[in-house]
Each structure stands twice: as structure tokens, then as C-alpha cells.
Design a protein around this ligand. Structure first.
Ligand code: GAR
Length: 186
């Protein structure tokens, strides 16, 4: 049995998609959803899916409480799916090569602090990029800088709004993120 932690700070549509995909495949896997945001919609999604959801504070992330929880659970993989806080170095060390993130752009472009969600798509449109996409990468101590595992691209048209780009990027995320997780674990 594989055990996956999914961390999300907001809507959690990727979290739901990953869980649904692996359930439909009858994968021998269990999930725990974690969020730092007590108002995040991912909590409702976890409830609907009947998966355990743990809300933690920034303080618990920094004082070792979250790390202890992760160690007790013995996760095979920790998946950041729209998680907006920086993972402390101690957790990265304890779970070396076991923490992955999805970023809604083609890193190294449009990464780093403040570059998340719609901010990324607005910057892509403002720069008149002809393409964007997704990057799935290992997490290290710097935002969006760990080794790339997978990238996929989409076209950005001159007429595309940031919302249009977000939609194209979400489509890529839903298609590829669960498959990459599957490849890493089985
Ligand atoms: C996703 O597009 C993900 O790539 C992005 O947040 C969104 C979360 O959507 N992550 C980042 O920007 C991280 N820097 P979701 O909550 O509906 O899955």
C-alpha cells in the first residue's frame, strides 16, 4: 500500500483529480489531505471524497509538528498541489526526493516567490508569451527550483486572457499530474 500526502492551500481541484484518478485505477493507495488554510475549498472536496483532511498552522509547519505528523504517517510521496507556503528545510531533508510540486508555467520562467496561480498567467500574458504550460518538479529549499520531472506545453494566443491560459494549464495539469505520480510510485 502506497501512502500519499496531498497539500493544497485553495480550491484543491488537482487534489480531487489525483484522488479520483488513482481510485478509478484501483491503485493500492491511501491519501491524507493537508491544508494551511482553514477556509480552503479543498476541505470540502476531501469531505466529499471521504478522505482525511488535516488543517495545520504556519507555526505548526515551522516548529516541527507537521514534520512529526509526516514521519509518523510514513508517506511514500508528498504532493504539493496548489500549496503556497515554503516547505521547511527539515521536512525536505527527511523526505529527500519524495516531495513534488506542480507549477503552472514552464520553469525556470515565471517561478519564484509570489509566482502562483493567476499571478503566473497574468505575467505570461503581459509578456506576450506564445506558449505556457506545466512543470512538475522535485521540491528543494528554494521556490520552484528543484529538478524537473515533467513538462507539457500549451499555446498562448495573442487574444488569450489570463483566465484562458489558466484553463489551458488546468487541462494539462488534470491530464498529466496523476500519471506522473503513478509513474513515480509504481
Ligand atoms: C494550480 O494551477 C497549480 O499549478 C498552482 O495553483 C493552482 C491550484 O489549483 N500552483 C502554484 O501556483 C504553485 N506555485 P487547484 O487548487 O484547483 O488545484
Amino acid at each position: 500500500m502506497k501512502k500519499i500526502a496531498i497539500l493544497a492551500s485553495g480550491s484543491g481541484s488537482n487534489a480531487e483529480n489525483i484522488i479520483t484518478y488513482l481510485r478509478n485505477k484501483d491503485a493500492d493507495v491511501s491519501f491524507v489531505v493537508y491544508t494551511n488554510n482553514p477556509n480552503a475549498f479543498v476541505i470540502n472536496r476531501a469531505e466529499k471524497l471521504q478522505e482525511r483532511c488535516v488543517v495545520f498552522s504556519k507555526n505548526e509547519m515551522q516548529n516541527g509538528t507537521l514534520q512529526n505528523m509526516f514521519c509518523e504517517e510514513e508517506f511514500d510521496l508528498i504532493v504539493l498541489a496548489g500549496f503556497l507556503l515554503k516547505i521547511p528545510a527539515e521536512i525536505i531533508e527527511s523526505f529527500s526526493q519524495k516531495i513534488i510540486n506542480i507549477h503552472p508555467a514552464l520553469l525556470p520562467k515565471y517561478g519564484g516567490k509570489g509566482m502562483y496561480g493567476d499571478n503566473v498567467h497574468k505575467a505570461v500574458c503581459a509578456a506576450k508569451e506564445k506558449e505556457s504550460g506545466i512543470t512538475i518538479h522535485y521540491v528543494n529549499e528554494n521556490y520552484d527550483e528543484g529538478a524537473t520531472i515533467f513538462q507539457a506545453k500549451c499555446e498562448v494566443l495573442p487574444s488569450d486572457s489570463p483566465e484562458d491560459v489558466a484553463q489551458k494549464v488546468h487541462t494539462l495539469e488534470y491530464e498529466h499530474f496523476p500519471k506522473v505520480i503513478e509513474t513515480l510510485l509504481w
